[in-house]
Design a protein around this ligand. Sequence first.
Ligand SMILES: Cc1cc2nc3c(=O)[nH]c(=O)nc-3n(C[C@H](O)[C@H](O)[C@H](O)COP(=O)(O)OP(=O)(O)OC[C@H]3O[C@@H](n4cnc5c(N)ncnc54)[C@H](O)[C@@H]3O)c2cc1C
Length: 292
Amino acid sequence: MKPAPFAYAAPTTEDEVLDLLAEHGDEGKVIAGGQSLLPMLSMRLARPSVLIDLNGVAGLAGITEFDGGVAFGATTRERAAERSALVGDRLPVLAEALPLIGHEAIRNRGTIGGSIAHADASAELPAVAAVTDAQLVLRSRAGGERVLSAAEFFQGHYTTALADDELLTEVRIPGSPPGAGWAFTEVARRHGDFALVGVAAMVVLDDAGSVEAARLCLMGVADVPLRLPAVEASLAGQPVSADTVAAAATDAVAGLELASDVHGSGDFRRHLAEVTVRRALTTAADRAGAPA
Ligand SMILES: Cc1cc2nc3c(=O)[nH]c(=O)nc-3n(C[C@H](O)[C@H](O)[C@H](O)COP(=O)(O)OP(=O)(O)OC[C@H]3O[C@@H](n4cnc5c(N)ncnc54)[C@H](O)[C@@H]3O)c2cc1C
């Protein structure tokens, strides 16, 4: 199929984008990398009257230092982030997740902001945003600027807190706690496919080698990236051992209601999730310096 007819706007400043969004409301749609929106237009799952192209808005892309971490302008290409030395240095979990997104050709066009705004429940970047306590900066003519957490931003599969007239302008990821070990692990049927399940994990150890703090986020098992605060809290104070990690993995998947589909049964997905949590936590603990 071909897209339904639409008008095309090519603004060159953020102000112009905000004006266009204010003017067109739910009839206007921004396009960044087009890697998700173009198929949706072609299948007529999206039928905007006006397509607002962000690619000519130079100020919207860029990688800068932020609070010991990194801030990304929304239209920063996934591939630019993957190649960034600052990202490699400051955000190891993002550096590990980025190459798992589709293929290079997709990451050459796809943007950090586009992936987060699209909010696919099986996408890597929303899970990274959730596990790193990222701040998502939204701007509009009517509302000015607001800064949301991932928990506030992601509301369901392809559903976010973005209002029709709002633009995601920046994704700010704070630096890691000192000594943190991170891991991003996923299972996909083929390299480049959306994963069946993925897990982002962080472990910080205390001087005695027990867990001081942990973070865990599952992707592909719910309609939003799933942080597990109860499991994170239960890990604190525990020695790092195969038993501790296995118990956390069992707890992590205990309440999951997973549907069966062409890729596998719900039970198979739950098993994958449990194994993936175990792997991610083990790797994160190793990287935090846990004895082998
Ligand atoms: C074959 C293929 C395989 C892929 N595999 C994966 C994968 O394994 N993992 C993965 O995570 N992704 C995958 N993707 C998707 C890819 O990462 C996309 O780049 C990403 O989902 C959307 O980013 P984009 O910049 O292309 O956004 P677009 O397609 O341009 O836009 C997507 C949506 O976000 C909105 N939007 C974009 N930017 C903004 C903004 N700044 N503010 C507000 N709204 C905005 C658009 O209006 C649209 O609704 C794949 C894509 C393809 C084609």
